[in-house]
Design a protein around this ligand. Structure first.
Ligand code: AMP
Ligand code: ZN
Length: 673
């Protein structure tokens, strides 16, 4: 490459980087991924090193971020400059960083580092005078940022007052949006047909720059702090590790995961460890930050124009792959909203195959201008969520087809209604109701599958991993690990929970399956009466009517469901999966043929006693007749007692009742209730 060629490319790169700085820092709406940005910056750096005559103080390699947008938020000049961080992308680059330190200090390592999560948000500076918060500002270009005090104060953990701190103090950290909050926010935006945020960092930046702090407050922003500007000398702190503890003690939220490590090798260990665990973090981390622990070395090393020489961001791999959009399918959600999902030619990214990607809503598709057949650049946001970074329009052949929204619901054929940019199925019985069915099945009083929350169910349905509750038992760990926010541990836990749900017994299963009109009590009564699913499936109308609490209408509705081939098929598949279909209350027959009536107050709620008796196969009625086997008599009995006496019906005290139960079931009453 000649000097002239290099000059041309350098100018090109600088323009490009400045443009992307503006999109990223000022508009909070980047066009390219961090990795692409890093590549541009790197190429520029390398050229400037090869051709030092092209170096210039106004090159983006010498600058931090971009100057804030004039206007809305008051610009403030930071009392001391805010820096960026240099990056390392490999162990070799990490070694090179340590070697630079060795050379600069004229001393051999290894040195001790404090290692922290690199939280992917935006950096802010809090300025305190005499322990009182004066303002909070964004980093901006490092010299001048924007005041965002009101919005920062919506983050409840940011202290307004401090005790025992230097007179003038700058505390620095990161404002971020937890992944949970990010997904919720995007879902809301999707639902309203609005533009979604590309990643949690953009969402955080966009939320912090809201004109109305009330909106910011709803966004669930968090902050974590890790550095001091002014006041560092006065604080008398010796190490970065102490500094973090000090911040914590002063009441600042500090990301708890920080640790110390020796030398590049030690940092590498932490890096590898955290890389594995990154999916379990509640926030997005794009790497680790290693800082020389000994603060006196900081003074010796100082800063380049852009970044400290004593710290480095060791970035997690951010793979990006080119692939093609083969098709778009439309999925109906719980609320009937239709979501477009891109079907990709499968690519392997950061450890798993990606073949589907959400295209959110119509606004998103318009903005991306994506077409079927397009080549696209795809990555995993936060190492988890597949996302299209951009469409490679330069590779279009003219064969690409626009994405056409269906007119009818792909699930049920109902004509879709359009509310703004949102397409919705109006059919109340749309199979999208599957969601509801699974949620109910997993709920606490039903099969109690902890960890199978709404978000997860939706994801499972979205990915086609489950269609109904029987599919839950076919889930494998690999399936789960492909889902966002799902680490090894939670996947294993969930599978254990699903496994455990096989043994809840017929009574819970009947409730979980949502038979018409069958609540908890009825489910127990049915289980007590029939003891097994097989028996229940063969039940006649008369038999159903004999069950406590089953009236004519319910009996018919239950019968209809029991004869429904789809229901029978579901039951068959559940059985094959190993779900127990027998009643748990084996005492089910213990009181068979007996009829009880209760009068007066018992030590337990009457309903509980009734339910217990019924579960054991007894009938419980409200009035005494010749058919009554026993009248249970509590405190302050009513007229039933006289009636029983006159008819010669035997009576039992509560005590005697329990003794009878124990005798018949071989179990203590406590075990039975
Ligand atoms: P960059 O965003 O590439 O300029 O990387 C530097 C930025 O990383 C800093 O300005 C901070 O906003 C951010 N950062 C996140 N976590 C940390 C941390 N633990 N220590 C220092 N900087 C961090
Ligand atoms: Zn529908």
């Amino acid at each position: 490459m000649t000097l002239e060629e290099a000059r041309k490319r350098v100018n090109e790169l600088r323009d490009l980087i400045r443009y992307h700085n503006y999109r990223y820092y000022v508009l909070a709406d980047p066009e390219i991924s961090d990795a692409e940005y890093d590549r541009l910056l790197r190429e520029l750096k390398e050229l400037e090193e090869r051709f030092p005559e092209l170096k210039s103080p106004d090159s983006p390699t010498e600058q931090v971020g971009a100057r804030p947008l004039e206007s809305t938020f008051r610009p403030v000049r930071h009392p001391t400059r805010m820096y960026s961080l240099d990056n390392a992308f490999s162990f070799d680059e990490l070694k090179a960083f340590e070697e630079r330190i060795e050379r600069a200090l004229g001393r051999k390592g290894p040195f001790a580092y404090t290692v922290e999560h690199k939280v992917d948000g935006l950096s802010v500076n809090l300025y305190y005078e005499d322990g009182v918060l004066v303002y909070g500002a964004t980093r901006g270009d490092g010299e001048v940022g924007e005041e965002v005090t009101q919005n920062l104060l919506t983050i409840p953990t940011i202290p307004r007052r401090l005790k025992g701190v230097p007179e003038r103090l700058e505390v620095r950290g990161e404002v971020y949006m937890p992944i949970e909050a990010f997904l919720r926010l995007n879902e809301e935006l999707e639902e309203r047909g609005e533009k979604v945020f590309k990643n949690p960092r953009n969402a955080a930046a966009g939320s912090l720059r809201q004109k109305d702090p009330r909106i910011t407050a709803k966004r669930g922003l968090r902050a974590t702090f890790y550095a001091l500007g002014l006041g560092l000398e006065e604080s008398g702190l010796q190490t970065q590790y102490e500094l973090l503890l000090w911040l914590k003690e002063k009441g600042f939220p500090v990301e708890h995961g920080f640790t110390r490590a020796l030398g590049a090798e030690g940092v590498e260990e932490v890096y590898q460890d955290w890389l594995k665990k990154r999916r379990a973090l509640p926030f997005e981390a794009d790497g680790v930050v290693a800082k020389l622990d000994d603060l006196s070395l900081w003074r010796e090393l100082g800063y380049t124009a852009r970044a400290p020489r004593f710290a480095i961001a060791y970035k997690f791999p951010a793979e990006e792959k080119e692939t093609r959009l083969l098709d778009v399918v439309f999925q109906v959600g719980r609320t009937g909203r239709v979501t477009p999902v891109g079907i990709l030619e499968p690519v392997f990214i950061e450890g798993s195959e990606v073949s589907r990607v959400t295209l959110h809503n119509e606004s998103y598709i318009e903005e991306l201008d994506i077409r079927i057949g397009d080549w696209v650049l795809v990555h995993k946001a936060g190492g988890v969520i597949p996302e299209v970074i951009r469409v490679l329009k330069e590779r279009r052949t003219g064969e690409e087809r626009p994405i056409v929204w269906p007119e009818t619901c792909p699930e049920c054929g109902f004509h879709l209604v359009k509310e703004g940019k949102v397409h919705r199925c109006p059919n109340p019985l749309c199979p999208a109701k599957r969601f509801e069915a699974i949620r109910h099945y997993a709920s606490r009083k039903a099969m109690d599958i902890q960890g199978l929350g709404e978000k997860l169910i939706e994801k499972l349905l979205e990915k086609g991993l489950v269609k109904d509750v029987a599919d839950l038992y076919r889930l494998r760990k690999e399936d789960l690990l492909g889902l966002e926010r799902m680490g090894e541990k939670s996947a294993e836990n969930l599978l254990r929970q699903i496994e455990a749900s096989k043994h809840r017994g017929l009574e819970r299963l009947l409730y979980a399956l949502g038979l018409p009109g069958v609540g908890e009590v009825l489910a127990r009564n049915l289980a007590a009466r029939f003891q097994s699913m097989d028996r229940l499936l063969e039940a006649s109308l008369e038999e159903l009517l004999q069950v406590e609490g089953v009236g004519e209408l319910t009996a018919r509705a239950i019968l209809e469901t029991l004869k429904d081939p789809a229901f029978r098929d579901l039951v068959r598949r559940l059985k094959e999966a190993g779900v127990e279909m027998e009643a748990k209350e084996k005492g089910g027959e213990a009181l068979k043929g007996l009829t009880f009536v209760i009068t007066g107050e018992l030590s337990r709620p009457r309903e509980e006693v009734k339910a217990l008796l019924r579960r054991l196969g007894a009938k419980v009625t409200d009035s005494v007749s010749r058919k009554t086997s026993y009248l249970v008599v509590g405190e302050n009995p009513g007229s039933k007692l006289e009636k029983a006496r006159s008819l010669g019906v035997p009576t039992l005290t509560e005590e005697e009742l329990y003794r009878l139960l124990e005798a018949r079931t071989g179990k203590k009453t406590e075990e039975l209730v």
